[in-house]
Design a protein around this ligand. Sequence first.
Ligand code: BG6
Ligand code: MG
Length: 213
Amino acid sequence: EIKAFIFDLDGVITDTAEYHYKSWQKLADEEDLFFNREINEKLRGVSRMDSLDIILDGKELPEKIKKEWTDRKNAYYQKYLEEITKENILDDMESKLKRLKNDGFKIAVGSSSRNARKVLKQLQIYDMFDAISDGNSVESAKPAPDLFLHTAKNLGLEPEECVVLEDAESGVEAALAANMKAVGVGPESRVGKAHLVYGNVDSIDFDEILKKL
Ligand code: BG6
Ligand code: MG
């Protein structure tokens, strides 16, 4: 029986991909790294340090420099976050969240981002959630199941009672590895492994999810 919905944040509740893109691009320009929108797509759902490793594409660097670069990228990103308001919530996501709560479901956030709480506060929906797990909650990032298992534990629920909504391949894999039901948001090529797929946030149908999963 489904008792909770765990939402990924970036790409499901709001779209921060453009801010991540601009921040990585600035760092890449400064450090003469090859970067573009196509590479940025691969960073969806991937942790900050894993993102740098993808950009470095096999090039090895001392940990100290990698830390300095990811810190700098994050400083640029946090500047953009100040611009985020309620307007940045995707489509009718807020009313969908309210409806789920009214219907007695628990709602939670399971995000790889260490900035997740800040983003939720900027969107003015921080207090709605029964649990929030973020990039600081566990050691192993998605596609490991740890983050979503952390969320289920905080909700006091079994993994089988949770549905995860994800826009990233690594996130869908994490949900499946956690033994949860996975709903993908985006193209089949990206989230096709999920139990149910919607092309975009607008078309997510919770009645259908409850009937089919
Ligand atoms: C994910 C984003 O939610 O968070 C990734 O999809 C991002 O693109 C990751 O790299 C980590 O974010 P942060 O805020 O901890 O750098
Ligand atoms: Mg995402």
